[in-house]
Design a protein around this ligand. Sequence first.
Ligand SMILES: Nc1ncnc2c1ncn2[C@@H]1O[C@H](COP(=O)(O)OP(=O)(O)OP(=O)(O)O)[C@@H](O)[C@H]1O
Ligand SMILES: [Mg+2]
Length: 448
Amino acid sequence: MSGPIAANRRILVVDDNQAIHQDFRKILCAPPASTTLDAMEAALFGGPATTPVDPGFEVDSAFQGEEGIVRVKAAVAEGRPYALAFVDIRMPPGLDGVETVRRLWKEDEDLQVVLCSAYSDYSWEEMTQRLGLSQRLLILRKPFDNIEVRQLAHALTEKWDLLRQSHRRMADLKREVEEWTRELAVANGRLRQEMEDRAKLELRLVQAQRLEALGRLTAGLAHEINNPLSVIMASVGFLRSELDEQIAGKRELDAPEMREVCSDALIGADRILRIVNDFRTFSRLDGQPPTRVELKDVLDHALSAASYNLGKTQVVRDVPDSLAVHGTEAGLEQVFIGMLNNCGYALQGNPEPRVTLTGRQRDDGWVVVEVKDNGTGIAPEHITRIFDPFFTTKPPGTGTGLGLSIVYGIVSGFGGTIEVESTPGQGATFRVKLPRSTEAAAPASSFS
Ligand SMILES: Nc1ncnc2c1ncn2[C@@H]1O[C@H](COP(=O)(O)OP(=O)(O)OP(=O)(O)O)[C@@H](O)[C@H]1O
Ligand SMILES: [Mg+2]
């Protein structure tokens, strides 16, 4: 911020007539002890016939237009500009007053000017044509009235001060605005960076979740395939040695025993086939770009796909007709088929099997779907393991235990989450949280 500026009382008189300079000095430099002005003021306003001491003006002289220009230029360079110049209109042999003023303003555009003229050398129109309409210019007719000159000097130097103050204020304001703009730009940049970082972090989190899901799937795979594979190899190995002995005529074939061994091998192969099929489902789902998916359609398809396992189960649906999520249709169908098949299994033997499906749009942009059954429920010691690949409570050979881990993988792939709560003996509730679709719905087909 700038501080207060000292009043500028510097005046330049540009006139080719030596005597005029003396006159100006007399009027402007030496403050008269008691002036006619004081007397007038006292007469007009009834105040005391004294005024505060007038410090007078600092008057410099130039005798030609060119000299005046040089002085104004030097004063600006020194940082002590003139506030006012009295310029004579006629100054032979040099520049005339109007040209001088035009050039003075090139050096100092704030300079206040009084053009002094004895004759009507120029009309006002001519002057404004050459100098432009300017409020920095006044015209004073010779011979001067001393008081008029003092009044002009006071008024115009004061005007110069005010002008300077307003310039400084403008400059201060401009600086402040620039500073604010800079600060705002920095804050904006920081915000943009934070948003970018956050978006990257979220992406990494989703990727990490998918990797974790995949990791969990593959970790148990070798072990799970290894067991049935060992059974198959042992069975086939046994069959071959039996056949070798029979070929060598050492032994008769024991057909029932060999049939049983074949069955063992087939059970093992069947298990491997199921695991491979589950994995194929999962990998088929991967790679499709997520879009807007109507939940109602997904649940329709999932219910019809799981209808065999649900049997006579009463299905209660509380899902709005238009509730769209961000995902793939095939992936989301797989999610709800997996969960509904589990409900069907948990409801076996239940006299009043019931599944309730609830879909809700939350204010925070998530859609929550609840799948609730009144089946067997989940034992507390199992509840933390049900999403693990190959974890199953089904009898051997019945399920791969991949259902919920595939569900988990698909849901986290869409950026969602899944959680469960259960009271053993009363049922289980699975809660899937999915991102709401922000895409506009496709226009309804005229054929549908
Ligand atoms: N709705 C449910 N009610 C009770 N238990 C459940 C329910 N859903 C899942 N579970 C438990 O979670 C376990 C794991 O489920 P998951 O779907 O992963 O495998 P699975 O159903 O056993 O086998 P698969 O899905 O391969 O046929 C189930 O064995 C069961 O113990
Ligand atoms: Mg299952």
